[in-house]
Design a protein around this ligand. Structure first.
Ligand code: ATP
Length: 367
């Protein structure tokens, strides 16, 4: 094992600290003052749209990029100036980068051979890594004789076998078909838990991040927008970008008026008027999710604690488990999800409808 970097208290994993990281390629500023602390043993995702800088950031941790400002720490040690081979991190690339002419076993052993680890130790560690990823029976095949999921497991075994303090994964599931992605993300999570290995995962797929990560840093335009657990980010987005990027959201713009000590949010066309907490008196937008509304084809009274909006179904889409309605309310089009029940005909386009929404499901944002 490489001893260039000190380990954390558990002797193997280490947290990662990024402090004031700024990086430009020529005149393009790609990372703009990133501060993050990833805990030892945590499964952490960098999530954001294409071009937001997440790959650059993970490559920086691996040592393939260098920043103009800021520092990278693994455990207690600053590693910003160490080359990739002196950092005890393992990286799995998007395309796996396996050696095509080597067997699975040789691919996995390669890193240990380079470090001149004794042969019997190599055999033991390679066997253990192959068993961990369920590939013991395919050890003598070449990568071209494996499925995408199996190649991905070889790439993981090859990285894990060097016992890195931090595992870095750059969109590791993007080459797999939809079904295999779901299976592999579950396997990846189980493996990470078994090893309690600090893992940083880059993805632009919110479902992938939500289903695997302990915490997520949502990035946009070289800036970390918010850090939190998947549910925290979904329930309490810090801004409109996070609200819109994590899941489907209805966003309504408007202003707040204070009446008799109560705050009332009113959309620009007044079609949506809802009371909000006084602490949100500076709100310029409200956000609520399609599944938090109920749609009625008849005119229903507002129930206690519920808000009532009236509109007309503009469009509907059958999505399998739900029917998604696009409802015109004043100048706004609001999305409403209703669970689909076999044999129950969804509400037709053009039907006048009443929408109800629980007050506590409204997120008020200042921006
Ligand atoms: P994707 O999901 O598409 O991979 P990303 O969030 O990982 O996107 P990066 O690959 O980190 O984004 O790229 C961030 C920005 O930096 C992009 O605008 C990209 O064009 C630019 N960039 C990346 N590498 C270089 C380079 N070597 N030289 C110049 N510009 C680069």
């Amino acid at each position: 094992m490489n001893n260039n970097v000190s380990t954390d208290t558990n002797g193997r994993n280490a947290g990662v600290t990024l402090k004031g990281i700024s990086l430009s390629f020529g005149r393009t500023r790609v990372l703009k003052g990133i501060d993050l602390k990833i805990n030892s043993g945590e499964f952490f995702a960098f999530l954001g749209p294409s071009g937001c800088g997440k790959t650059t950031l993970i490559r920086l941790i691996a040592g393939f990029e260098s920043a103009q400002a800021g520092e990278v720490r693994i455990g207690n040690q600053e590693i910003s100036h160490l080359p990739p081979w002196s950092r005890n991190v393992g990286m799995v690339f998007q395309n796996y980068a396996l050696w095509p002419h080597m067997t699975v076993r040789r691919n996995v052993a390669f890193g240990l051979e380079e470090k001149r680890v004794p042969r019997n130790e190599i055999n033991e560690r390679v066997n253990a890594a192959l068993e961990l990823v369920g590939l013991s029976d395919l050890a003598d095949r070449r990568p071209s004789q494996l499925s995408g999921g199996q190649q991905q497991r070889v790439a993981l075994a090859r990285t894990i076998v060097i016992e890195p303090q931090v595992l870095l994964l750059d969109e590791p599931l993007s080459n797999l078909d939809a079904k295999l992605r779901i299976q592999m993300r579950r396997e990846l999570r189980q493996l990470q838990r078994k090893l309690s290995l600090t893992t940083i995962f880059v993805t632009h797929d919110q479902e992938e991040a939500n289903s695997t990560a302990d915490r997520i840093a949502v990035m946009n335009d070289g800036i970390v927008q918010q850090v939190g657990s998947p549910m925290d980010l979904y329930d309490r987005p810090a801004n409109l970008f996070v609200a819109g990027f994590l899941g489907v959201a209805n966003v309504v713009e408007g202003t707040v008026t204070l009446q008799e000590g109560k705050a009332l949010f009113r959309s620009t066309d007044s079609a949506v008027a809802v009371p909000i907490g006084e602490s949100s008196a500076g709100a310029s937008h409200i956000v609520f999710r399609p599944q938090n509304m109920t749609i009625h084809s008849s005119d229903v009274e507002a129930l206690p604690g519920m808000l009532r909006l009236v509109g007309r179904v503009n469009h509907r889409e059958f999505l399998g488990s739900v029917v998604r309605y696009r409802v015109a309310v004043g100048e706004h089009f609001l999305l409403v999800d209703a669970s689909y029940q076999r044999g129950v005909e969804p509400i037709a386009e053009g039907t006048p409808v009443t929408l109800s929404l629980k007050k506590e499901q409204i997120i008020a944002l200042e921006q």
